[in-house]
Design a protein around this ligand. Structure first.
Ligand code: NDP
Length: 486
């Protein structure tokens, strides 16, 4: 049985209160370990350590020195690849084939990409005329924002946490991380990598616990944190934004979505089916960028529905260690309750269930896991909660459309604006439609193709701010203009 502690000021420490909670394996419902729950004392110790490290060793390093250390962090993750893989799959139940391809390598890449970026990015300068003819020069300099509170979700625990910690540290900040209580393992293991890579104590701190009235809320209420970067539900984002308003602290929010896929009759059907299958069912539908609303042009509607059904029914449900499985459980029984409530709602609202809609039969040793069937519906009205609310499960609703204008209107009809995928072989149409979609990320004939140099974030209620590439600098640094009169 594991004992999972906080990582504060370079050391693993338990909670003074002695309070712990269980970390559960969602494949079989068994307890993996006991996790210490941080109280205000631990939060305060972590923030103090982060502040001291900012003023001390970390703040005094050059960009090149920091970059070298962060490369060692990335290499350290790669060296412990199997341990990270095991930990992530224990916590989430996701197939090892998925986590070994996405979660762990991208988690390591987040340190290298942002370390290299910082070494190569310049700042603006402007010469200006003055009445005396001598002129002036303006130049910009950036400095770290300070102590950053990082609050991250459970769906891609290492990847989404390092997506924030990588650029934050590269820019010279220090961090206090609160991972989801569902997935404490990889953030903790990263502490060992930080120690071995020579990251000074206090630069990377991890606190375990829950959101409200626990570690998450205590962190957002702590007055000595300079900014918060958060990925999670829109409602939680609102709570964090309110807490951050005290002291006018900046927030970067990557929130929920209800993403639309638009499939035109001139698509390459093979590509559209393959991409929509991944976007609806990868990671058991627990990807913020996933497609839960699919709009298909009427002439190909029946064929598309039949082929997507075939694809969903060919997914192989099984635990992480089963090499043939490509579909794991949901993250917890609690989350399954939420997803199944939408499965029931779909029936109540008169949906046709094309496939799935329930819980699969699993062998006895897995019966306690959070398993759910991949599910496709048709026939719901546009105002059904199943079509308007984020479910965050392996399901989608497919609806026909007749014109390009109608498809765009449907895609834009909700208050979310995270991502969208368009399937067409007509490149003029692709550009025309992509330009009108109200979302931070639009894919054409692909899904989840990510270049870490590009801007990432949501519009409308899907978030505030953009991270990725140079855009991360806007949040993780302060920009100062120095004006020199000649
Ligand atoms: P939650 O919003 O429930 O939780 C996210 C994190 O916030 C967790 O660490 C949680 O702690 C913490 N938290 C919860 N309440 C508070 C609070 N009052 N104060 C401070 N921290 C708090 O999201 P989920 O973990 O359920 O993740 C799924 C959601 O994340 C989906 O809505 C999904 O769309 C979104 N998401 C968005 C992405 C994007 O890029 N836009 C990417 C990935 C996911 P704990 O879990 O311990 O309660």
């Amino acid at each position: 049985m594991k004992e999972i502690k906080h990582f504060i000021n370079g050391a693993f420490v338990g909670s003074a209160s002695g309070r712990t909670f269980e970390d559960i394996n969602p494949s079989n419902g068994q307890v993996i370990g006991h996790v210490h729950e941080a109280g205000r004392a631990e939060v305060d110790a972590a923030v103090k350590a982060a502040r001291a490290a900012l003023k001390g060793p970390w703040g005094k390093l050059s960009v090149a020195e920091r970059a070298e250390i962060l490369h060692r962090v990335a290499d350290g993750i790669t060296a412990r690849f199997d341990e990270f893989l095991e930990a992530e799959c224990l916590d989430t139940g996701k197939p090892k084939s998925l986590a070994s391809h996405i979660d762990i390598p991208r988690g390591a890449a987040n340190f290298k990409v942002f370390a290299d970026l910082l070494k190569n990015v310049g700042n603006e300068a402007f010469e200006m005329a003055t009445p005396d003819g001598a002129g002036a020069i303006n130049y910009a300099v950036r400095w770290p924002k300070g102590v950053i509170g990082v609050i991250s979700p459970w769906n891609l625990p290492l990847l989404l946490m390092t997506w924030k910690v990588g650029p934050a540290l590269a820019c010279g900040n220090t961090v206090v991380v609160k991972p989801s209580e569902e997935t404490p393992l990889t953030a903790t293991l990263l502490g060992k990598v930080m120690q071995a890579a020579g990251v000074p104590a206090g630069v990377y701190n991890v606190l375990h616990g829950f959101g409200g009235d626990s570690a998450g809320a205590f962190l957002t209420e702590h007055p000595d944190v300079d900014a918060y970067t958060f990925t999670g539900e829109t409602g939680t984002g609102e709570v964090i934004m309110r807490a951050a308003a005290k002291g006018v602290r900046q927030v970067s929010l990557e929130l929920g979505g209800k993403n639309a896929g638009i499939v035109f009759a001139d698509c390459d059907m093979e590509k559209a089916i393959e991409g929509t299958l991944r976007s609806a069912f990868a990671n058991c539908g627990q990807v913020c960028l996933g497609t839960e609303r699919v709009y298909v042009e009427r002439p190909i509607f029946d064929e598309f529905v039949a082929r997507l059904k075939g694809g969903a029914e060919s997914l192989v449900i099984g635990p992480p260690d089963d090499a043939s499985s490509n579909f794991g459980p949901l993250v917890s029984l609690k989350h399954r309750e939420k997803v199944l409530s939408y499965y029931q709602q779909a029936l109540d609202d008169g949906a046709s269930v094309i496939t799935g809609g329930g819980v699969p039969d699993m062998p006895a040793h897995l019966a306690g896991g959070a398993w759910v069937q991949p599910t496709i519906w048709t026939g719901l009205s546009d105002d059904s909660a199943v079509v308007t609310e984020e479910i965050f499960g392996p399901c989608c609703h497919i609806r026909p459309f007749d014109t390009e204008e109608e498809a765009i209107e449907l895609a834009n009809s909700l208050p979310y604006g995270l991502a969208s995928a368009i399937w067409t072989e007509n490149s003029s149409r692709a550009h025309r439609v992509a330009g009108q979609i109200e979302a931070g990320v639009v894919w054409v004939n692909s899904w989840f193709l990510r270049d870490l140099r590009t801007a990432f974030g949501g519009s409308k209620q899907s978030g505030i701010g953009r991270e990725g590439g140079v855009h991360s600098l806007e949040f993780y640094t302060e920009l100062k203009n120095i004006c020199v009169k000649l």
